[in-house]
Design a protein around this ligand. Structure first.
Ligand SMILES: [Zn+2]
Ligand SMILES: [Zn+2]
Length: 80
């Protein structure tokens, strides 16, 4: 039984699905890399560093954020 005492504590909306972060294969070269840039919103778009370097001109205009072509979410670039 839980008494509601007006405490702002709430269960976190994000459930931990996996302990280890795994990256989906790169959408451009279809290779699985140890690290890919993954969209934080849709989590389906991922691009390896090599392809990111090739496509960066179309993904970012400031080298600080890159825009997911799938959902348009701006992800930070340079911060894993
Ligand atoms: Zn790639
Ligand atoms: Zn996205």
């Amino acid at each position: 039984m839980e008494a509601s005492d007006g405490s702002p504590k709430r269960p976190k909306p994000f459930l931990k699905r996996r302990k280890r972060r795994t990256y989906p294969p790169c959408v451009a070269c279809r290779q699985s890399k140890s690290f890919t840039w993954t969209c934080r919103r849709c989590d389906t778009f991922s691009m390896c560093q090599t392809c990111m370097d090739d496509n960066l001109w179309g993904m970012t205009c400031n080298n600080i954020t890159w825009t997911c072509p799938d959902c348009g979410h701006e992800n930070s670039y340079g911060n894993r």
